[in-house]
Design a protein around this ligand. Sequence first.
Ligand code: ZN
Ligand code: ZN
Length: 160
Amino acid sequence: MEVHHYGCCSNCNHSFNSRHHWLSRNVERLQYGNPDAVPRQHSCCTVLNSEVFAQYCGEDCAWEGVFHEMAARGITGGRLGSGPVEPCSKCGTPIDLTQPHVTFELMDLTEIDQPWLSSVEPHHSETVARLCSKCGGLAIEESESISERPMIKEPISVQA
Ligand SMILES: [Zn+2]
Ligand SMILES: [Zn+2]
């Protein structure tokens, strides 16, 4: 049986084993439970879209990689509070976290590879940046989750 190749580290270029880190750009929206609770904790996070754009062999490479990725995007960081309104990590514009917004998430995970299906077991996930729709390049179609779209059959356009 051939050994499964999980991928190469985006930072050091070495191949890694099943446990590694993913850096992803997510579009998500939070929901808050009790509005009177202090501090306000979000009770539910809906991920509308997620795309992994870098993978790292371990924690050291992950944080080094995150530093470079954020610097390349001009993201200076800043406070990542629990909302419901937090500043954009790049321009400081207040973001209403209950509305779709862009986050960069670093996830420590193990890929479980089985003959019929592969799955991911997450160990830890951390938000490294939060961006307003402008800085995060949020597209309108990303803000709508598939399940929330009204089920309207669109007319099929026929090219003449
Ligand atoms: Zn590495
Ligand atoms: Zn911004």
